[in-house]
Design a protein around this ligand. Structure first.
Ligand code: SAJ
Length: 461
């Protein structure tokens, strides 16, 4: 029974005796942490989220179809860079956090977050297969008094048009009364320590105000700040704005690099000068292309949805075209620079430094290094690479694979190369030593900084 009713925006409560609704009961279980939490998909988003809920006292079960992940985790070992193994071991020992490959466990859950991948197909269209299979499984076990939050980045409308029908048509559950459904975009940046799953504000868009109230009660019990918005579409779109903003600005500075090259102006000097403006400007830097599993991909979910509505998202299309062309532009610049040194690219020894998609991490997803290497190989160059974090690369479409040269050989191979091409500016490189040993360096990241400016051995993007 509930004994009071709140007056909006006031502390006053009218004493009233009424039967507790499904929503009241669920909110009570979330407030007193007796609610059972299920995290569907235990990857770089799901596992940190599972840990945050478990740390705050919830009983959490991670559910993932990959039995190897489950076995590793249930040995108390973390397979996610941002989650220390010690944390997993401690929370498992405390009985707060387990993992299973059995979706039937969802029947026992009161609150479920869906954190599965949303990649692109080869055709460039959204690959919704992970969301569909996870939701199909959940639909078998969804029950009255459950809250479901979709975290996977996706096109606006996914929650309303896909998740809701799949969870209500067969079950007959009513959204906002029996079942509470929301969208809340993940904002996990692997490797970052200042902004974590706990302290990064979390946008929450409910199908109904009651849905938002339940999910906000849940997430507020573990995360520092929850930001309710009026609908799942607003939350889905907010995430796409965040990453489209980056992709378009990176595309803009990449085009600036092309323009500066034609003008004979140093794009790095121009950007550094503009960045001295203390307001109204945000620094982005050009590079060999756009890597990662978010920035090159998320905006294409938006442009795909808009195309289905007969609208062409011009900025996204243009930025995507420019970013996708950067690897080819880099190889053209290398070819020209070798030509200036009376060397053909064909038959030359090339050493690529950095295969990861951004500095100081071990992730190669969508890395432009693959495109640069593939293009140079196609032109007959003899290509090697080095990356302290990436011992081996495999080009899944073209089938070739390579091992990184050993760290111990690095300077010798730098000296032997007709050209060193810096693709990823890892902090661990000894750039002065590399510059000393090299015959010629193409620096696509301004990794050498002032060392590379006006140096006859160096050409910069
Ligand atoms: N890049 C440039 N120039 C730039 C910035 C990035 O060429 O000025 C390239 C990077 O080399 C990389 C790609 O773009 O290849 C993406 O870089 P990123 O810095 O955006 O890194 P990501 O892909 O790890 O993006 C993540 C995103 N986090 C989430 O989606 C939750 C993004 O929203 C974050 O802003 C970003 O991390 C971050 O700030 O580190």
């Amino acid at each position: 029974w509930i004994f009071d009713i709140r007056i909006p925006n006031s502390e006053y409560r009218i004493p009233l005796r009424r039967k507790m609704t499904t929503k009241d009961t669920l909110i009570q279980k979330l407030h007193n942490k007796t609610a059972k939490i299920g995290i569907l998909g235990m990857g770089y988003v799901g596992m940190p989220l599972a840990v945050v809920f478990a740390e705050k006292g919830f009983d959490v079960l991670g559910i993932d179809p990959d039995q190897r992940k489950v076995d590793t985790f249930n040995k108390g070992i973390s397979y996610i860079q941002d989650v220390p193994t010690e944390t997993v071991a401690r929370l498992r020992a405390a009985g707060k956090l387990n993992m299973s490959a059995d979706f039937a466990a969802l029947a026992e859950m009161d609150a479920v977050s869906i954190c599965v991948p949303t990649p692109l197909r080869q055709t460039g269209d959204p690959d919704m297969s992970f969301i569909l299979s996870a939701t199909e499984q959940l639909a078998k076990y969804v029950h009255k008094g459950m809250v479901v939050v979709l975290e996977s980045t996706t096109y606006p409308g996914t929650t309303r048009e896909l998740i809701v029908p799949m969870l209500t048509e067969k079950s007959g559950l009513e959204v906002g009364e029996d079942l509470f459904i929301c969208f809340s975009p993940e904002r996990v940046d692997p490797g970052r320590e200042d902004w974590t799953t706990y302290n990064t504000p979390k946008v929450m868009g409910g199908m109904t105000p009651a849905c938002a109230e339940v999910a906000t009660a849940w997430y507020s019990g573990a995360l520092e700040t929850v930001v309710p918005v009026s609908s799942p579409e607003a939350a889905e779109m907010a995430k796409l704005l965040e990453n489209t903003f980056r992709m378009i600005n990176i595309g803009m500075v990449n085009e600036l690099a092309l323009m500066c090259d034609r003008l004979g102006v140093d794009v790095w000097e121009v950007i550094d000068a503009a960045a001295t403006k203390p307001f109204g400007f945000m620094k982005f830097t050009p590079g060999p292309g756009l890597g990662g599993h978010c920035i090159p991909i998320d905006p294409l979910y938006l442009s795909w949805k808009m195309k289905a509505m007969n609208y062409n998202a011009k900025f996204i299309e243009l930025a995507s075209e420019i970013n996708t062309n950067m690897p080819r532009y880099v190889v053209t610049r290398v070819l020209e620079a070798l030509n200036d040194r009376a060397k053909p690219l064909k038959g030359s020894n090339m050493l690529v430094l950095g295969a990861a998609y951004k500095p100081d991490i071990d992730d190669v997803r969508e890395s432009p290094a693959f495109d640069v290497i593939a293009l140079m190989k196609k032109k007959g160059a003899l290509v090697e690479y080095h990356d302290p974090y990436i011992p081996h690369i495999h080009h899944e479409y073209e089938g070739w694979e390579m091992n990184s040269i050993p760290d111990s050989d690095l300077l010798a191979r730098v000296a032997a190369a007709d050209a060193v091409v810096i693709i990823t500016n890892h902090k661990t490189y000894d750039y002065p030593a590399i510059l000393e040993a090299a015959q010629f360096i193409f620096d696509s990241r301004n990794a050498l900084g002032k060392l590379g400016k006006d140096n006859p051995k160096v050409v910069r993007l």
